[in-house]
Design a protein. Structure first.
Length: 519
């Protein structure tokens, strides 16, 4: 039986989050993120939408087989093929759940041509009964519940519980409702649905009006005990309710709300960093909880207050969300053991190969930077600890650029599939980054065009780590993201571009490498 003092966290970063335009996580990255979500302590991981692509199916299946702890679920429309795909993908999980979605609002039913309300109801019942033959945990989401006719919604919820749904998720699919309205809706569902006590009531709020977290909170206040959310609030359009905000609201205001989650809040910042790195979607600096400025005090009055007592302007301790402001005293002399220990404190448990890469990158960074902060370490780990082995590894970048003449770049790349052969080329460009990318593209000759590029400093100071994100698209329209970090932003950009092209190359087995480019 669920504990009524607990709010259960359902993470949909890998399904609704990944559904956002321009996102492109590969299977290994999804598995890596699912492991991190398990360490974070979420109760449910929605791994994907298996019918949508073979890659999504494979990711759901690997997550179900490899990730221990949370319930693993995946999404199906209310049709047998979708439900079969979900079941085949998740059946090996320790704990598993089938998630079914079907519209409930008149606007969806009419415009999507779903028939009459009665036909939709019957389709939903049949789907739940079908899913229950396989799995004893079935969630039903009446899509666009936020705009549905109330009586029809109550009738739907009651019928799905009767048919065997163990969780009813009320989505505000379009992010339309206001907090008191959505809280009222959940309260009304609790009051009007006769058998509501036989299911967990969950909510799923979108952020179109910036109210996803407020609406989820109002629903919790009205009795919902499960919330669907995503790390960094990523998702369709303006995104979903942000996991880190919800969790920290419940923790910071626990005395008032009397509710807990099972999330290890110290892993919020590292998890946020991982999602940023893998999706290429940067978190705005003033984002609550995980933004770069979330704990920065700039004004004199605030700084003065905080120096006297942190509580004057801080309602949470940065270390409680994994933003420790300590300058690490680790140096190369501290050794691998101390480095591993610090990473563990920051929430990273790396396998030997990933740890080796992170250590090598740390030695290089410690050489270039006076102070290596925890934030630098998080960036470095996200960059170097990839689970996906890369065929092409950047070995050298050299750029000539200045106020006159066109920038010129020379790049050398090691090709792991050709016994580490070195490939070198040079190019001129409109700017130094353009020249570097052109030189890389001459070496790693894959079907791709650059669609997005951004760069930013991770920490302050002249020796700050720079972080670059790129997205490239192949001619089939698939998007691949790349991420790179370095104290030199041109090198960070080169790493990010190489990372993206490696992903394209992995999808496109016969990558041609120009003859004569080997050195
Ligand atoms: O927004 C939505 O309605 C959804 C459902 C699948 C829950 O994502
Ligand atoms: Zn959604």
């Amino acid at each position: 039986m669920p504990d009524n003092d607990r709010v259960y966290i359902f993470d949909t970063t890998l399904r609704d989050g990944e559904q956002a335009p321009g996102f492109a996580l590969n299977v290994a990255e999804k598995v890596e993120i699912a492991h991190q979500l398990a360490r974070l302590g979420v109760d449910v991981v929605e791994a994907g939408f298996p019918i949508s692509s073979p890659g999504d199916f494979e990711a759901c299946q690997r997550i179900a087989r490899e990730v221990e702890g949370p319930t693993i679920t995946a999404l199906a429309r209310a049709v047998p093929q979708d439900i079969d795909a979900v079941w085949n993908a998740i059946k090996d999980a320790q704990r598993r759940q089938i998630h079914i979605v079907l519209s409930v609002s008149d606007i969806h039913i009419d415009k999507k041509g779903l028939g009459t309300r009665q036909q939709v109801l019957e389709k939903g019942i049949a789907a739940v009964e079908y899913a229950r033959q396989f799995c004893d945990q079935v969630e039903y989401s009446p899509e666009d519940a936020g705009r549905a006719d109330r009586d029809y919604l109550y009738e739907t919820v009651e019928a799905m519980i009767e048919a065997g749904a163990t969780v009813i998720n009320i989505p505000d699919t379009t992010g339309y409702t206001l907090p008191w309205e959505f809280g009222g809706l959940i309260g009304d569902v609790m009051r009007h649905v006769r058998n509501v006590g036989n299911a967990i009531i969950s909510v799923h709020c979108h952020n179109d009006l910036g109210l996803a977290v407020a609406n989820s909170l109002a629903a919790i206040d009205a009795g919902a005990r499960r919330v669907e959310c995503t790390v960094n609030g990523i998702g369709e359009r303006a995104g979903n309710a942000s996991l880190e905000e919800l969790v920290m609201i419940l923790k910071t205001r626990e005395k008032l709300l009397g509710l807990k989650t099972a999330v290890d809040t110290r892993l919020l910042a590292p998890t946020s960093r991982l999602i940023e790195a893998r999706t290429g979607m940067h978190v705005q600096a003033n984002k609550a909880i995980v933004g770069a400025n979330a704990f920065a005090h700039a004004s004199g009055i605030h700084q003065d207050g905080v120096l006297k007592d942190k509580l004057t302007y801080e309602i949470m301790r940065p270390e409680d969300v994994g933003v420790a402001d300590t300058r690490i005293v680790l140096s190369p002399r501290s050794g691998r053991h101390a480095f591993r220990h610090r990473l563990k404190e920051l929430g990273y448990e790396l396998d030997e190969a990933a740890f080796g890469r992170a250590w090598d990158a740390f030695l290089l960074l410690a050489d270039k930077k006076k102070e290596v902060t925890d934030r630098d370490l998080q960036t470095l780990v996200a960059d170097e600890a990839r689970l996906v082995p890369e065929r092409f590894k950047l070995d050298l970048v050299q750029v000539i650029s200045g106020t006159s003449g066109r920038p010129m770049a020379t790049v050398r790349v090691r090709d792991a599939e050709r016994d580490g052969e070195m490939l070198e080329d040079a190019a001129v460009g409109d700017g130094p980054v353009d020249a570097v990318c052109k030189a890389i593209a001459r070496i790693i000759d894959v079907d791709s065009e650059l669609v997005d590029f951004s760069v930013r400093a991770v920490t302050g100071g002249i020796d700050a780590m720079g972080e670059a994100s790129v997205r490239v698209r192949n001619s089939a329209g698939q998007i691949f993201s790349g991420h790179g970090a370095d104290t030199d932003i041109i090198v960070a950009s080169a790493k990010a571009y190489c990372n993206a092209l490696n992903k394209v190359a992995a999808e496109q087995p016969a990558v041609s490498v120009p003859a004569g480019s080997g050195v």
